[in-house]
Design a protein around this ligand. Structure first.
Ligand code: SF4
Length: 349
């Protein structure tokens, strides 16, 4: 266990037990605390009403709050998207986004403070990397949103690891958080409702395939040739497409899950019909789906016209690959990864 996994929100019941025994408390309290944290999503220890006062005081003294983060600001978009900026008690700030829809409520969570992957079209990539999040910090984003939804008699149905950071670069904490979210005494959200995204860390995709989890995998491609991909995603120089797709094939073979390939459309860069055709040929015969994402403008890179996006989708469809175009959400609230944090750090609140 990482040293940082000392917060109860990042611990399994048997690990909370160890903390309790150091504090001279009975072991059975661990299950109660775990349930309060992960099923009830309570925001304060004092709401754990079946715990004795002395234990609540010990917990408050040691951890202050059940969640190692605090809301700094939030924004709600005209389309209902809610974006939260959190300050972490251990330092740094992160973003979390709630995407409410009629049939489901999805939360998009962060896994690192900043990101080292430096993709050219990404506000987070431009802000640099500070540190990995602990599992407690990852899970607490989910708990905060769950609490928020419970107040309206709703509950989270889906979780996507697509916020700030590269999830597979923080592998151990991300996996721990998935298992906590999945835990039968806690939220008990099925792995099939969880999607982990990656910019293409091929060896970690293979590790994930061997975990015996049924999580969905979303792989950011954004180009169908190595030179084009490496120009916007430096990771492409480390893991070329052949190596990346071989790891993805391994993931499909082990899990039988359909992979979602993400393709951010950037005007005049990767949005031509011939590029769509190349992408289709690259993915032909694979159990997959392509999700086209018109980028939120960052720096000099801009979004293609609606006509060009539709042409790209049609050209890709003609190759037999299932395609969807991601609906724009929250563009009025800096919904692209890292934008609200960047604005806030710059003082443009
Ligand atoms: S797109 Fe994802 S992997 Fe790339 S820099 Fe941004 S957060 Fe990191």
């Amino acid at each position: 266990m990482q040293l940082s996994e000392r917060h109860p929100a990042g611990l399994f019941p048997e690990e909370i037990e160890a903390f309790l025994s150091e504090a001279g408390e009975p072991a059975y309290r661990a299950r109660q605390i775990f349930t309060w944290l992960h099923r009830q999503a309570v925001p304060s220890f004092s709401e754990m009403t079946n715990l004795p006062r002395e234990l609540i005081e010990k917990l408050e003294e040691r951890f202050q709050s059940p969640w190692p983060l605090e809301l700094v600001t939030s924004r709600t978009s005209a389309d209902g998207t809610e974006k939260y900026l959190f300050a972490l008690s251990a330092g740094g700030s992160i973003e979390t986004v709630l995407l409410p829809e009629e049939e489901r409520d999805t939360v998009c969570i962060s896994t690192q403070v900043g990101c080292a992957m430096n993709c050219s079209f990404c506000a987070t990539g431009r802000s640099g990397f500070q540190r990995d999040l602990s599992a407690a910090e990852i899970v607490s984003q989910v708990l905060f949103v769950q609490r928020r939804l419970k107040a309206e008699d709703r509950q989270l149905t889906n979780i996507v690891y697509m916020g700030m950071g590269e999830p597979l670069a923080n592998y151990a904490a991300v996996l721990r958080s998935v298992r906590l979210i999945n835990h039968p005494l806690g939220m008990n959200l099925g792995a099939r409702r969880i999607t982990i995204s990656t910019c293409g860390l091929a060896p970690r995709i293979r590790d994930l395939a061997d975990e015996d989890l049924q999580v969905n995998l979303a792989v950011s491609l954004h180009a169908a040739t190595d030179p084009e991909r490496s120009a916007i995603m430096p990771i492409g120089r480390v893991y070329p497409l052949a190596e990346l797709l071989a790891a993805c094939d391994y993931y499909t073979a082990r899990t039988h899950r359909r992979i979602s390939y993400e393709y951010a459309l950037i005007d005049s860069l990767n949005d031509g019909p011939e590029q769509a055709e190349r992408l289709g040929n690259l993915l032909k015969g694979r159990l997959c789906h392509v999700n086209l994402i018109p980028i939120n403008p960052v720096g000099e890179e801009t979004r293609p016209s609606a006509k060009r996006i539709a042409e790209f989708a049609r050209a890709l469809e003609r190759t037999g690959i299932p395609v969807s175009i991601r609906r724009e959400r929250g563009t009025d609230i800096e919904a692209a990864c890292g934008q609200l944090r960047q604005r806030t750090l710059e003082g443009c609140r």
